[in-house]
Design a protein around this ligand. Structure first.
Ligand code: ZN
Length: 74
């Protein structure tokens, strides 16, 4: 098999260090966002929240408070 294709559409993610251990006690999670079934990981440096589905593959996609608010369960 010679499937050595180089897909130029796939840009490498610069966030390879972003993977946190599955220890939720040391992770900041927004509860109202987590209740919506989201990852809800909070990026402490920026205060942004990940609104991707829970256990999503790859790195988190942190969004601002307003976007997080729109998916949060009140
Ligand atoms: Zn995430």
């Amino acid at each position: 098999m010679n499937n050595q294709e180089h897909s130029a559409t796939r840009t490498p993610q610069p966030y390879s260090n972003e993977e946190a251990p599955p220890d939720m006690s040391s992770t900041h999670v927004r509860e109202d966002v987590a209740k919506a079934g989201r990852c809800a990981n909070v990026h402490l440096a920026t205060g942004r929240t990940c609104t991707l589905p829970k256990r999503h593959p790859g790195s988190c996609n942190f969004v601002g408070p307003e976007d997080a608010e729109s998916v949060a369960v009140k």
